[in-house]
Design a protein around this ligand. Structure first.
Ligand code: NDP
Length: 344
């Protein structure tokens, strides 16, 4: 089968493509430009004859952005839409930076598939826990976040801060996708994968020098001077390893009927910046003495008091995957950075 993957050069997308190729799927990937696609040449070192072609979609915000690609590849059976801007601060216009590409990109690919992707059976949209979490309920532990909860924050509040604007963009993009399917009744089903903060190794070492937003949070903790004043609390949230995020996308395609309309919320545990420090200090000898020790017990207490409650058992049952632990995920991220920096 053939899978179209948007945002093919992204941190998560590269792992997804790796799983797809390993499982015998052929991949059509979209990237913004040939320069952005360069990283995918590395698949030639992993696979003898990788079944992978690239197409260029410079701006996913543009209506009809995906029409040509979908028209050019009538053989596509499945679509994984991962492309969406993720950062915690660029420019001033949070609507142009986040909301337009997220929403137009999602509706754009669905429209193109509806109009021209006559062979497509299932589309997976990479959404986020950002679309699930209710920021007013973080310290209310009687409120359990599940696959059925939605981020209710209005744009008036979200637009004031890039982090909140990003969360809003993911929420509206996912809602738009679900509304699209309910209204248009296209000839395919959809599901969403909603990861929490994604950590774990870069598929190819070289992107370690230019880290995606979530992985860079661990990198920032690794660069704290040893006498930095605590407390090392934020960010504090839930996380999941990129290898499990990729497998969740793969499993969905291997049994699309089972996953029609599914919302797969992925989290393997809680972290705070203190947990990064705990893992770095105990497992990466190169960093010992260079970074703060902090206060491990205080970190745990902070999480217990300030981080939301969640129960994603529906997803766990559907996927049946034993997730990599948050500590192992943090370790793998940091170890690759240390090794890369010592070699460059
Ligand atoms: P990356 O930044 O590594 O990848 C994002 C991808 O989207 C890149 O290919 C990027 O292209 C593309 N993209 C972003 N904006 C545009 C645009 N305006 N036009 C065209 N392409 C665009 O991030 P991740 O791999 O972490 O994220 C992938 C998906 O997973 C996103 O949908 C994100 O919201 C979601 N997600 C990520 C989480 C995380 O913690 N990492 C958590 C939950 C969800 P380019 O490289 O050219 O900018």
């Amino acid at each position: 089968s053939v899978v179209l993957v948007t945002g093919a050069n992204g941190f998560i997308a590269l792992h997804i493509i790796n799983e797809l190729l390993k499982a015998g799927f052929s991949v059509v990937g979209t990237v913004r430009s040939p320069a952005k696609g360069k990283i995918l040449d590395n698949f030639k070192s992993l696979y003898k004859n990788p079944q992978l072609v690239l197409e260029y979609v410079p701006d996913i915000s543009k209506p009809d952005a995906f029409d040509e690609v979908v028209k050019n590849h009538p053989e596509v059976d499945y679509v994984l839409h991962t492309a969406s801007p993720f950062s915690f601060g660029v420019g001033d216009d949070n609507e142009d930076v986040f909301v337009k590409p997220a929403v137009n990109g999602t509706l754009g690919i669905l429209n193109s598939v509806k109009n021209y992707g006559h062979n497509v059976k299932h589309v997976v949209v990479t959404s986020s826990c950002a679309a699930i979490l209710n920021f007013d309920k973080f310290t209310d532990h009687s409120f359990v976040h599940t696959e059925a909860t939605w981020n209710p924050m209005p744009w008036d509040i979200a637009k004031t801060n890039p982090e909140l604007a990003y969360c809003y963009s993911k929420t509206v993009a996912e809602r738009s996708a679900r509304d699209f399917v309910a209204k248009e009744k296209p000839g395919f089903t959809i599901s969403t994968v909603n990861p929490s903060y994604v950590y774990g190794p870069q598929l190819f070492d070289e992107t370690t020098g230019d880290l995606n937003t979530s992985s860079d949070l661990i990198n920032q903790a690794m660069k704290l001077p040893h006498d930095a004043p605590g407390p090392f609390t934020e960010p504090a949230n839930m996380g999941i390893d990129v290898r499990d995020v990729a497998i969740a996308h793969l499993i969905t395609l291997q049994n699309p009927e089972k996953f029609a309309d599914a919302r797969l919320a992925l989290a393997c545990g809680y972290f705070s910046q203190q947990l990064f420090l705990d893992v770095l200090n105990s497992r990466i000898p190169e960093l010992k003495g260079k970074i703060p020790v902090g206060d491990s017990a205080a970190g745990k207490q902070y999480i217990a008091e300030n981080v939301l409650t969640y129960k994603f058992s529906k997803t766990e049952q559907l996927l049946g995957v034993k997730y990599i632990s948050i500590e192992d995920s943090i370790y793998a991220t940091a170890k690759q950075i240390v090794d890369y920096e010592s070699a460059h």
